[in-house]
Design a protein around this ligand. Structure first.
Ligand SMILES: Nc1ncnc2c1ncn2[C@@H]1O[C@H](COP(=O)(O)OP(=O)(O)OP(=O)(O)O)[C@@H](O)[C@H]1O
Ligand SMILES: [Mg+2]
Length: 297
């Protein structure tokens, strides 16, 4: 047997051993813990890319919202996407998440998962989380309950437990509360949070489902300057362990994201459904066409 095959076999065996027992177990039992199981078809990033779009075209009544768009995001990367209104940024997220089917092109999650063959719900299930512009938290529930609910929405968790939290899951909620700066507000009713805090809570709800790729569409719209800065810190803390695609018009925020964390962060400028420019923030800011169509002089 080749070492590759032996390794694959060992991985399968480990996955089998880690599988929760068929019978539901008591909450708190080892078997009930939130253990990720390696699924066949788990995202394969051995070639470096977590997301790969190639020549994607989306037409609405003949109008090309995306026009042969190609884009590749590396595993662990935090990519900023900017561009004028109508450039196709949200449509691109609609394609990645299965909400819109392109007329042409390819979309892969890792090197093996063909996103164009999956339904929206399946795409969420394999680890692509999306944050829409408007926060959609459960206003009547507490912050803690919102996170708890997000955890239970995960089929893998539902399958392995009665709806009672294990110690591990409580720890995870605690970690996420700290990340989203809401530790002291865990028992507050979500409806009473500020707009920025609601946005964080929604990001926290996404994180509870442990996505590998996070798509964030205008996440700091309507936030105060301080909330915006904290959001940049939050995203930078996720870089590496998650891959993030952040669409924003707020250039101060884009500046904070590109200056912090890993070096050499890339910014992609979309215009009329295609990539107009890509490089460091300084690169794209120095591009005459980008200045003309978006940044202004
Ligand atoms: N369902 C749809 N039907 C028809 N046209 C659409 C549809 N969705 C988007 N469009 C058009 O496609 C283009 C791209 O829209 P999209 O929302 O992707 O832009 P965007 O880059 O996200 O802009 P913004 O910065 O304003 O959010 C726009 O001209 C928009 O009017
Ligand atoms: Mg948009």
């Amino acid at each position: 047997m080749t070492p590759d095959l032996m390794e694959a076999g060992a991985r399968l065996r480990a996955a089998h051993d880690a599988r929760p027992p068929a019978k539901a177990t008591e909450s708190g039992d080892r078997g009930a813990s939130y253990s990720r199981v390696v699924q066949p078809g788990e995202v394969d990033v051995t070639h470096g890319a977590i997301l790969y779009l190639d020549d994607i075209t989306v037409s609405f009544d003949g109008f090309r919202a995306l026009n042969r768009l190609s884009l590749s995001i590396s595993a662990g990367e935090l990519r900023c996407i900017i561009g004028p209104n109508g450039a196709g940024k949200t449509t691109m997220m609609d394609v990645i998440t299965g909400k819109t089917r392109p007329d042409e092109g390819k979309a892969y999650f890792g090197s093996t998962i063909d996103l164009l063959r999956l339904r929206e719900s399946q795409i969420a299930q394999i680890g692509i989380g999306r944050k829409f512009q408007k926060p959609t938290v459960y206003e009547q529930l507490t912050v803690f309950e919102n996170l708890e609910l997000a955890l239970k929405a995960d089929r893998r968790v539902r399958a392995s437990m009665f709806f009672r939290l294990t110690g591990e899951q409580l720890d995870r909620i605690g970690e996420v509360l700290t990340l989203i700066h809401l530790k002291d507000s865990a028992q507050r009713t979500a409806g009473n949070l500020s707009h920025g805090q609601k946005q964080w809570l929604e990001i926290g709800m996404l994180l509870m489902q442990d996505p590998k790729l996070l798509l964030l569409d205008e996440p700091v719209a309507g936030m105060t300057d301080e909330e915006t800065e904290r959001t940049a810190e939050l995203f930078l803390s996720l870089e590496g362990s998650h891959s993030l695609v952040v669409v924003e018009h707020d250039m101060k925020f884009i500046g904070e994201l590109t200056q912090g964390g890993r070096n050499g962060k890339r910014v992609t400028v979309l215009h009329e459904g295609s990539v107009l420019s890509e490089g460091t923030l300084a690169d794209v800011q120095a591009n005459d066409k980008v200045v003309e169509v978006y940044l202004g002089r």
